[in-house]
Write a protein that binds this ligand. Structure first.
Ligand SMILES: C[S@@+](CC[C@H](N)C(=O)[O-])C[C@H]1O[C@@H](n2cnc3c(N)ncnc32)[C@H](O)[C@@H]1O
Length: 370
């Protein structure tokens, strides 16, 4: 029997939950083993990504009608059904009937009964975190840091699938990342260090300006992948190095980019399971790493050169707090943020996902005076 989109989706949800598999890895693997038509592949992708993203909300929808714990595959079948009914507004006869068919045999009666009740009982959400399906701490942090209006809108937009933006060279990269690379302002012949460079999207754009770029990353495997990306480009050397102790000559670079490891709260739309993986301590913990990275990066910048810091997240701990740390240095002055969709935030700028339908980012540009 050939597998259906819903069956494949249920298998993927089980792997994500049981094995901690990444949605964006397990889905292509399962799709690769089937002969599903393009329409069904698209539907399975929507089901797996959507149900994973909206897991907490789907649990709320079904838990209203459950009195006992369920085995994981039965719960996943209920989540899958609730997602179709509530978030895809599918007709109950299709969503319920076909989801029941792929549920474990012994639980089909229960799945049918619960989904019928979900179909006929609109929810009264207990709070925004349940309705928008985020951990409490994510909603609290984003709303505290951005304000209720911008924060809630950002969280809503990150529940929608991201647009796919293909660069002229065929590489798929979000526009926000392209704008960060442009904001570095590299000129032909400039010496540029990209201290957190893998997988290399921004480094390649920087090299395309005619700048001489050194791409460093602490993780050998990621650096290796980047080296194969950049293959044949002698002008883009890749090194494995800890950006906190870069093996590079102080005060010798025109531009230094720190596109730092971060909590990734600005790219949640791209990674459906990420919101369930990141822990509440991540922003503070990564903030310390980011401060160490910008300190080291600052030493590499020549007088008159630029230090550029960016993160794909929206927390103050990883943006304005890093800037506050740098503000103690008398030898660096902030440059105005770029025009366009960037909005000033402290001395830097933030790109909210809702403004230009991109990832969320923070950017800070400083000039070394002496
Ligand atoms: C946000 S990603 C960079 C994305 C990249 N700039 C691009 O545009 O494709 C952050 C990278 O920092 C690397 N990293 C983490 N800690 C580091 C450190 N101490 N030194 C250098 N790289 C580090 C991670 O391995 C990861 O590849």
């Amino acid at each position: 029997m050939t597998v259906t989109a819903r069956q494949l989706s249920l298998d993927a949800l089980d792997r994500i939950e049981r094995d901690g598999a990444y949605a964006n890895l397990v889905l292509p693997e399962l799709l690769g083993r089937t002969g599903l038509a393009p329409r069904d592949r698209h539907f399975a992708t929507e089901l797996v990504y959507g149900t994973t993203r909206m897991r907490r909300a789907c649990d709320y929808l079904v838990d209203r009608f459950l009195t006992r714990d369920l085995e994981p595959r039965v719960r996943n079948a209920l989540r899958l059904g609730a997602y179709q009914l509530h978030f895809l507004s599918m007709a109950p006869h299709a969503a319920v009937g076909e989801t029941v068919e792929v549920a474990p045999k012994a639980a089909r009666g229960l799945v049918n009964a619960v989904l019928r009740r979900v179909a006929s009982a609109p929810p009264t959400w207990p709070d925004d975190a349940t309705r928008l399906s985020y951990p409490d701490w994510v909603v609290d942090t984003v709303v505290d840091d951005l304000g209720a209006g911008d924060g809630m809108r950002a969280l809503e937009v990150m529940n929608t699938p991201p647009p796919v933006t293909e660069r002229e060279d065929g590489y798929v990269q979000d526009l926000a990342s392209q704008w960060v690379a442009a904001a570095v302002g590299a000129q032909p012949g400039d010496r540029v260090a990209d201290l957190c460079a893998a997988p290399g999207g921004k480094a390649l754009l920087l090299a395309a300006t005619g700048a001489r770029v050194v791409a460093a990353d602490i993780r050998p495997r990621r650096a290796g992948l980047m080296a194969s990306n950049a293959l044949g480009r002698a002008e883009l050397p890749v090194i494995v190095a800890d950006g906190v102790h870069p093996p590079l000559r102080p005060r010798s670079f025109d531009r230094v980019l720190v596109d730092a490891p971060c909590s990734g709260l600005g790219v949640l739309r791209r990674r459906p399971d990420a919101r369930w993986r990141i822990d509440a301590d991540a922003p503070a913990r990564l903030g310390a790493v980011q401060r160490a990275l910008v300190d080291a990066a600052a030493e590499l910048v020549r007088p008159g050169g630029r230090l550029v810091y960016s993160v794909c997240t929206l927390t103050d701990a990883e943006s304005v707090a890093v800037d506050d740390h740098l503000a103690d240095r008398a030898d660096f002055t902030a440059e105005p943020p770029p025009d366009g969709p960037w909005r000033p935030r402290g001395r830097g700028a933030v790109l909210l996902p809702q403004v230009a339908d991109t990832d969320g980012m923070y950017l800070l540009r400083l000039r070394r005076d002496g």
